[in-house]
Design a protein around this ligand. Structure first.
Ligand SMILES: Nc1ncnc2c1ncn2[C@@H]1O[C@H](COP(=O)(O)OP(=O)(O)OP(=O)(O)O)[C@@H](O)[C@H]1O
Ligand SMILES: [Mg+2]
Length: 393
């Protein structure tokens, strides 16, 4: 193992999955996987079912999973019962929380899937997926995110919001409440009820949650900036900022004044919003701006490899910040990341992951590239939807 980078972090408490079960999820009729607080390395040929496991874990956080797939695609072909993912989360002082989600009814005699995905925490059905943020935090990097800095702002905004969930579990609830109010307002406006009290009430809700969302994002980028101002080995220093109309309001005024101003802007855009079916202003349009500090270049102008290194810088910085703020570092889901890094970066990444004591779930086709993890990772071979432990050679 190479020498740890000079700014390697001390080990911190970290969430880890002790047991994971998948039922009728993609290629898995039923899978049970027992882990401990070490990293988990999943290797095997293309199409073996590696990413499917990471995707299943990603549904244990709020949002639409790491592929943003439709549930029709996620449920195992030919299954008519829906899908389920469950895990025991450990690593926090309380420890041992059972969380589960899916469209499979808890009633074993049910013959049809549920219409929406349900979330259970310690056997209790929760109001929605936002509740998961109270029990676990995670961040992921997938090959699809190679285009994160080229795509439209929506992907970067979701990326930022996921980072916020880790330090501020209430953020997921606020985002879903805001989006619900926005959809309902758009529906009313489309039906011609422009001056209705209901529209005003929904604009109040949007203003209240919208300003809280903007404030939480500003806090998150401020905390991240404090950690990202220095490079860690080959992972560059970065400047992160959130760009948005409501976020900018908070530069120069108190939250209550920003709420008033945002509410007025919504009321003023009713005519336009009735036509577009959305809302012309609001934190649902904000963007995450990332700059490579040494180069002084926006991330979208950096090379593919530099962009990936920036992404890793942000995710590692977030894990450190989240650990300090909440007492537990997030789970990291790193799909095919190691194979795409040169040796220096690969060793540095594995070093960081080990140094932080996080449970990273790593996938790849070649197990040798994970050799630096040695006995500090659980090595599993994935083949045709079955998993077996790999013994040391
Ligand atoms: N709903 C589904 N039902 C059954 N099988 C599915 C479903 N969705 C996807 N699959 C299958 O799951 C298999 C494993 O996919 P996965 O993406 O996990 O592979 P992988 O091991 O990550 O491969 P790669 O190395 O190519 O990334 C694929 O063969 C795919 O066809
Ligand atoms: Mg894959």
């Amino acid at each position: 193992m190479a020498a740890a980078p000079s700014s390697a972090t001390a080990s911190v408490p970290a969430y880890f999955l002790r047991r994971l079960t998948l039922t009728d999820f993609r290629c898995y009729p039923h899978l049970r996987l027992d882990a401990d607080d070490r990293c988990v390395v999943l290797t095997g040929p293309n199409g073996a079912g590696k990413t499917n496991i990471l995707e299943a874990i990603s549904y244990l956080a709020p949002g639409r999973g790491l592929r943003r797939a439709r549930f029709d695609d996620v449920v195992r072909r030919y299954s008519d019962r829906g899908w389920a993912v469950a895990a025991t989360v450990d690593g926090t002082p309380g420890g041992g929380v059972e969380i589960g989600t899916g469209t499979m009814s808890p009633d074993p005699t049910a013959t049809a899937p549920l219409e929406r995905r349900q979330v259970r925490v310690d056997g209790e059905t929760m109001r929605g997926p936002a509740a998961l943020a109270e029990s676990i935090a995670m961040a992921w990097i997938t090959p699809q995110m190679d285009r994160l800095f080229q795509e439209d702002g929506a992907s970067r905004r979701r990326f930022l919001d996921r980072l916020v969930y880790g330090v501020d579990p209430g953020h997921a609830t606020r985002v879903s409440a805001y989006e619900r109010a926005m959809r309902e307002r758009a529906r009313l406006l489309k039906s011609g009820q422009r001056s209705d009290q209901w529209v005003l009430a929904l604009e109040n809700t949007m203003a209240e949650y919208g300003v809280a969302i903007a404030a939480a994002r500003r806090d998150a980028v401020a905390r991240l900036s404090g950690v990202l101002d220095a490079a860690i080995g080959p992972f560059p220093a970065a400047l992160v900022d959130v760009e948005g109309v409501v976020e900018a309001m908070l530069d120069g005024m108190a939250a209550l004044d920003a709420e008033q101003q945002f509410r007025d802007a919504l009321t003023a855009s009713r005519g336009r919003d009735a036509e577009t079916g959305g809302a012309a202003v609001g934190p649902h349009r904000s963007d995450l701006a990332v700059t490579h500090l040494d180069k002084g270049l926006p991330a979208r102008q950096c090379s593919t490899g530099e962009q990936k290194a920036l992404l890793i810088s942000i995710v590692l910085a977030d894990a450190r910040v989240a650990a300090l703020r909440t007492g537990a570092a997030p789970l990291l889901l790193l799909d095919e990341i190691v194979a795409h890094l040169d040796e220096t970066r690969r060793v540095a990444l594995l070093d960081q992951v080990l140094g932080m004591g996080v449970q990273a779930w790593l996938t790849g086709t070649d197990k040798d590239v994970f050799a630096p993890l040695g006995a500090r990772a659980l090595f599993l071979d994935v083949r045709d939807g079955a998993i077996t432990g790999i013994q040391d050679d």
